[in-house]
Ligand binder design. Structure first.
Ligand SMILES: O=P(O)(O)OC[C@H]1O[C@@H](O)[C@H](O)[C@@H](O)[C@@H]1O
Length: 367
């Protein structure tokens, strides 16, 4: 099978889980493969993904082989595939822009953040690397709040002719102007903001759907999230959270039909607890009224390792993106975006999205 050539921006925990997964599933038989939504997508297995370029700005990773950088601090996710051989792909210094929150340098030792003193790359350098390495897909794992950097790399993807998968909450794929530019060039895009396999968002959406289907009005709800990875540390800076909150809230609101009064819905990252490392806890409460106007509520606590939970969706987004490249489809990929992203171009229920993805894979729907 032909390889799917991917370039990654941000070699943090999410990239670590994804790359570990590529190797982890390589020597598995389909019947042994646990944790995948699809073993094969039109013949593409997880191990058909190849990382051909990598960008970061942290001195602890730049210059290192990408297969070693995935275990370097501050990465702290579970290692389920140790001792991966070097790939020969070095982590290149990227472009900083707003990719680092100012408070990052102030945090405890394992998070002490030092920007590499390698010279920053400009757009032309990055486009050249993408072209020289034959990258077909550019995967964006920048930190929440990197509005300028996310758009900068999207421009690089456009110039290099690479598909763009946007795993974080800057609205690019869901923006019709950006999508039109990608469509014009025949380049597909998937986004925005990854929705984990069994994460806070899909759990909250599923329960909201249940309330709606069973005629129970959801009157008040919150979703509080804590974690100890760099994502949660970064999100201590409230100024970086606008699009994150919008993405997460809209993902739940969209299932309800009627919009809730913003006072009655509170969803967002809530605190950084260093010892939790990549373990994310989500505390959910939903209050409603059943038959006869009688009140009820649900309290739920979800505990997941954040990054493998994200990789389980990205592994399918990459393979669907490859199908679009082969089929010459440019612009927003509606079905896989609705299935794997919190803020897709168009929201569908998760049941509808799963069906749409199967139709897309089978070639029965264009996007
Ligand atoms: O649990 P949710 O709401 O689906 O969100 C999950 C994802 O949200 C993203 O914003 C994080 O960067 C990922 O690490 C994470 O897996």
């Amino acid at each position: 099978m032909e390889k799917i050539r991917v370039a990654i921006i941000g070699i943090g925990n999410c990239a670590s889980s994804l790359i570990q997964g590529i190797y982890y599933y390589a020597d598995k038989k389909p019947e042994e493969a646990i944790g995948l939504m699809h073993w094969e997508i039109e013949g593409y297995k997880p191990s058909d993904i190849e990382v051909v370029a990598a960008f970061d700005i942290d001195a602890r990773k730049v210059g290192m082989d990408v297969n070693e950088a995935i275990y370097a601090p501050p990465n702290c996710t579970t290692v389920f595939c140790p001792d991966i051989k070097p790939s020969g792909v070095k982590v290149d210094m990227g472009c900083v822009l707003d990719g680092v929150a100012p408070h990052m340098a102030e945090y405890p030792e394992n998070h002490t953040f030092v920007v590499s003193d390698d010279s920053e790359k400009g757009k032309e350098d990055i486009v050249k690397i993408l072209q020289d390495t034959g990258a077909e897909i550019l995967l964006n794992y920048l930190p929440v709040g990197s509005e300028k950097a996310a758009r900068f790399y999207a421009e690089c993807a456009l110039d290099a002719g690479c598909a763009y998968i946007n795993c974080m909450p800057v609205f690019i794929v869901s923006d019709p102007e950006w999508s039109a530019r990608f469509e014009e060039k025949g380049i597909p895009m998937v986004g925005d903001d990854i929705k984990a396999q069994i994460g806070a968002t899909i759990t909250h959406r599923t329960l909201a759907n249940l309330f709606r289907d069973r005629g129970v009005e959801l009157e008040r709800t919150y979703q509080l999230n804590t974690g100890g990875n760099t994502d949660f540390l970064n999100m201590l800076n409230r100024d970086r959270l606008d699009s994150k909150k919008e993405s997460k809230t809209e993902a739940v609101q969209s299932v309800l039909g009627e919009r809730m009064d913003p006072e009655n819905i509170h969803i967002g990252p809530s605190d950084y607890v260093p010892w939790q490392k990549d373990n994310k806890l989500c505390f959910l409460r939903m209050e409603g009224k059943t038959f006869g106007d009688v009140p009820m509520n649900i309290e739920l606590r979800l505990s997941v390792e954040d990054s493998p939970n994200s990789a389980g969706c990205v592994i399918d987004a990459i393979r669907c993106c490859k199908l679009a490249l082969e089929r010459g489809i440019g612009g927003q990929l509606t079905s896989i975006s609705a299935y794997t992203m919190k803020h897709p171009p168009e929201q569908f229920t998760d049941d509808e999205a799963v069906q749409m993805v199967e139709e897309f894979i089978a070639g029965e729907r264009e996007r």
